[in-house]
Design a protein around this ligand. Structure first.
Ligand code: DX5
Ligand code: ZN
Length: 220
């Protein structure tokens, strides 16, 4: 479908009607973004491997983009890999052994991703970019949907693009938080390959129209 790829965040879908919400996207989402929260790393609790397994069972072909907002993610990755996650993204702030963890995620058969909070310098990722398939740049403080986009994180995307070119790497750059038709084009122009969108898609009266609208505007 071309760039950008769009990953609706299920956090904004009605938890009692998850499948119905996904089906309303008509198969036009490039990935499903699954926000896992443990009530420790972030002040909110969402869901765990059980939801990933249920999604995998029902949507065999879907790309499941699992964003782990949990402390010590090394304790949980095996369960998420077994449940059928494709991308497994961990926070640089949440583990003491990031390098080892990213290698372990790949050994488990998943695509490793790494992410960082708005207040964390992008330089923290410099030693591990060659190990990942995805770098997620948080554009809100993690924990909740429906927050306002923080434009100051865009400079991190520029830095990541430079590193990627200099090192000849091919990781994808994803942005998450406060994205919609009003800022999608800017974010893509800066260099993002994947946009996560929660409330701007599932909060709309017609999520499929909202997804198409975001695609149209973000393609510029
Ligand atoms: C925030 C989550 C996001 C969130 C995005 O902690 O990581 O994925 O669901 O929601 P919106 O698009 O509503 O900001
Ligand atoms: Zn997320």
């Amino acid at each position: 479908r071309g760039r950008p790829l769009l990953a609706p965040s299920l956090l904004a879908a009605d938890p009692l009607c998850m499948a119905a919400s996904i089906d309303r996207l008509g198969g036009e989402a490039d990935a499903l973004h699954v926000d896992v929260m443990d009530g420790r790393y972030v002040p909110n609790i969402s869901y765990g491997p059980g939801l990933v397994r249920a999604l995998r069972d029902r949507y065999a072909e879907a790309v499941l983009d699992v964003h782990l907002m949990v402390d010590e993610p090394e304790r949980g990755i095996e369960a998420f890999a077994a449940a059928g996650a494709d991308y497994l993204t961990v926070h640089v702030e949440a583990t003491r052994h990031l390098h080892r963890l990213l290698g372990h995620i790949r050994e488990l058969g998943c695509r490793p991703g790494v992410t960082l909070n708005p207040g964390t310098p992008v330089e923290w990722l410099r030693p591990v970019v060659h190990l990942v398939d995805l770098v997620l740049v948080m554009s809100v403080n993690p924990g909740f949907g429906g927050q306002t986009f923080l434009p100051e994180v865009l400079s991190k995307v520029r830095t990541l693009c430079q590193w990627r070119a200099v090192d000849g790497l091919s990781f994808l750059i994803e942005m998450d938080g406060g994205l919609g038709p009003a800022n999608g084009a800017d974010v893509v122009r800066t260099g993002c390959d994947i946009l996560v969108a929660g409330s701007s898609v599932f909060g709309a009266a017609d999520p499929l129209l909202a997804l198409r609208d975001l695609r149209r505007t973000a393609q510029g």
